[in-house]
Design a protein around this ligand. Structure first.
Ligand SMILES: Cc1cc2nc3c(=O)[nH]c(=O)nc-3n(C[C@H](O)[C@H](O)[C@H](O)COP(=O)(O)O)c2cc1C
Length: 224
């Protein structure tokens, strides 16, 4: 076994400035805002939560509710780092939220970036053809069937703008996000399965400048 030391994060004495990725996006689809907050009692949700591995298609309402209850921007803070700090349902080190959620539905050739300020999906354009193989490559891990694939793409420069030795913060942010999504999915009656693969080989292809790192993947769908 090799345990890789990730260091101990410490804030820089003077925060650095980071210019976020300028995503090339095409059409945008606003997701429905849930009409009511999740009513399921929290105790029942945590007792019932299980990883589920069979997936029907997810509706726009359910995908909207999942992302709304997990990732949407509720409040913006200062921009001293070169981008806004934000408060969202899920916590993040330094309120930086460096992880992008990128989705691909069944029978859809496109990959969609969740815009958490606008609560909409934005089509990624000029995506490397290698991403067309993701769904078939997952067959040997957890067959996706009609699942929507979620790719978690970290933008490490954001967290490194505030902290030295920030790697572990990004991995912990990924774990918090995936755990939060798993509970919200359960509360919404959805199947959700985290995947051990980082997705890095595909995420790297989404930014030629090397500003992204894959920090996990998950499958989500309706319960069959
Ligand atoms: C980081 C992480 C990676 C996982 N990777 C996989 C995976 O690749 N395939 C899979 O079938 N389940 C995966 N799981 C789900 C676990 O197998 C599951 O959480 C575990 O069996 C306990 O079951 P429960 O989630 O129903 O409590 C993963 C879970 C986590 C938290």
């Amino acid at each position: 076994m090799t345990w890789i030391e990730l260091g101990n994060p410490t804030p820089h004495t003077a925060p650095q400035h980071y210019t976020p990725i300028n995503w090339q996006v095409g059409e945008a689809h606003y997701l429905p805002i849930p009409e009511q907050l999740i009513k399921a009692p929290f105790g029942e949700v945590i007792s019932a939560r299980r990883t589920r591995r069979s997936f029907g298609p997810i509706s726009a309402n359910d995908l909207g509710a999942l992302l709304w209850a997990s990732c949407r921007v509720e409040r913006e803070g200062h921009h001293e780092l070169g981008f806004s700090l934000t408060l969202r349902p899920v916590p993040s080190a330094g309120a930086i939220h460096p992880i992008h959620v990128i989705a691909n539905g069944p029978a859809d050739a496109n990959w969609w970036l969740y815009n958490p300020s606008e609560h909409r999906l934005e089509q990624l354009v000029e995506v490397d053809p290698a991403l067309a193989d993701v769904r078939s490559m997952l067959e040997n891990i957890v067959p996706p069937r009609d699942a929507t694939i979620l790719l978690f793409a970290a933008e490490p420069g954001k967290t490194f703008a505030k902290y030295a030795e920030a790697c572990s913060l990004l991995w912990r942010d990924a774990g918090v996000l995936i755990g939060h999504l798993s509970l919200v999915a359960e509360a919404l009656g959805l199947s959700f399965c985290p995947l051990g693969v980082t997705g890095d080989q595909w995420v790297k292809k989404l930014n030629q400048q090397g500003h992204l790192a894959g920090v996990g993947m998950a499958l989500v769908g309706s319960m069959d």
